[in-house]
Design a protein around this ligand. Structure first.
Ligand code: FES
Length: 150
């Protein structure tokens, strides 16, 4: 089994895992970072979204070998104290219902706002379009993203 050096949430990690293992399972099963969720496993729902070099990425459909040497951020590392503006807005709006998709939603939203700090409603809708919420909390999700941008 090859050994991979990863940079996760600012820390160096070594894992002994097959190169084609999805990053999602490396995070959850080998690094005990279980905030990143499994939804569909085929890149369709967004529950597993993380940041790689600041860009949102579906960890269920990304192989370990593709992220070696890159900066990986999970929901656990987005803010050391959980006080990222998107997380604060999430609390303010009371977004979650079941909560399962929220980590992926927040990771998508935070990466989006890094590149667009003054988005229109339409831009928010488009940016969040690929993150599925089975409770259909979309109105609150979009409101929280708008508040986080303020
Ligand atoms: Fe990765 Fe659905 S679990 S996109």
């Amino acid at each position: 089994m090859p050994t991979y050096q990863l940079k996760v949430n600012g820390e160096s990690k070594t894992v002994d895992v097959a190169s084609d293992t999805p990053v999602l399972w490396v995070l959850r099963d080998h690094l005990n970072l279980v905030g990143t969720k499994y939804g569909c496993g085929i890149g369709q729902c967004g529950a597993c979204t993380i940041h790689v070099d600041g860009n949102p990425l579906r960890s269920c459909s990304t192989k370990l070998e593709q992220v070696e040497g890159k900066a990986i951020t999970t929901i656990e590392g987005l803010s050391k104290d959980g006080g990222h503006p998107v997380q604060e807005a999430w609390k303010e709006v009371d977004v979650p219902q079941c909560g399962y998709c929220q980590a992926g939603q927040i990771m998508t939203a935070s990466a989006f706002l890094e590149n667009n700090s003054n988005p229109t409603e339409e831009e928010i809708k488009n940016a969040m379009h690929g993150n599925i919420c089975r409770c259909a909390s979309y109105t609150r999700i979009r409101k929280a993203v708008a508040i986080a941008a303020e």
